[in-house]
Design a protein around this ligand. Sequence first.
Ligand code: COA
Length: 225
Amino acid sequence: MKDLVVVGGGGHGRELLELLAAVNEERPRHRLLGVLDDGTPDAELLAAFRTRHVGPVRRLAELDAEYVIGVGSPVARAAIDRAASGWGRTPATLVHPRAVLGGRVTLGPGSVVCALASITTNVRTGRHAHVNIAATVGHDCRLGDYTTLAPGARVSGAVTLGDRVTIGTGAVVIQGLGIGAGTTVGAGAVVVRDLPAEVVAVGVPARPRGLAAGSVAAADPVGMA
Ligand SMILES: CC(C)(COP(=O)(O)OP(=O)(O)OC[C@H]1O[C@@H](n2cnc3c(N)ncnc32)[C@H](O)[C@@H]1OP(=O)(O)O)[C@@H](O)C(=O)NCCC(=O)NCCS
C-alpha cells in the first residue's frame, strides 16, 4: 500500500477524500498521510475523514508519497503538478468503485473519476483529468491534460478536449467536435460547433462570450513559480 496526500483541503479536496475512502473500502490501496494546502482548511471537516492539514503544498517536496490534486481549476492543477513533478513525486489515479469504465479506457497519471461517472470505450485522458460525479464521456474521446468535467457534464462520442478545458455542470457537447485548450464551457451550455482555445462559451447553442480568465502563462495561482 502506498502513502498518499491530497493536495487541496477545500470542497473538491474533501470530495477526493470521500472517493479515496470508497476506493479503500473496496480494497485498501492508499495510506492517507494528510492534506496539503497553502491556506487553512477546516480542521473539523477534515477530522471527519480521520485526517488533517499537514502543511503547505511545498511540503510534498519532502514527503515520500503519491498525490492527487483536489483543486477544481485546471490552471491551478497544472501549476501544482509542475511543481510536484519537479520534486520527483508521482501522482495516483483514483476511480470510484461506482464509476463505470468500458474497455480501452486509458486514464492519464493523477486522473480522477468520481461516483456515477461513465466513460464508455476507447477513451484516453491526459494528466490529472477530472471526471466529476455523473459526468459521461462517449466513445473515442480524447481529454487533454488537466481537463475538468463538472458534475453531470455530457461529452458525446469522438470529441477532443484540449488541455485545461472545463466543461461546466450539466453542459452538453455533441459528437465529433473539438474544443481548444484553456476554454471553459459554462454550466448548462450545449456545444454544437468547434470552439477555439482560451474562450468562455455559454448558452444554447454555446457561443464564445469572452476570453478565459487567467491563461497558463499569466497564472501562478499557488505561488510556486
Ligand atoms: C460561464 C462561467 C465560467 C462564467 O463565469 P464568469 O465569467 O464569472 O461570469 P459572470 O458570473 O460574471 O457572468 C457574466 C455573464 O454571463 C452570464 N452567464 C454566466 N454563466 C452563464 C451560463 N452558464 N450560461 C449562460 N449565461 C451565463 C451571466 O448571466 C452574466 O450575464 P450578464 O452580463 O448579461 O449579466 C460560469 O458562470 C460557469 O457557468 N461556470 C461553470 C460552473 C460549474 O460548472 N461549476 C461546477 C463546479 S463543481
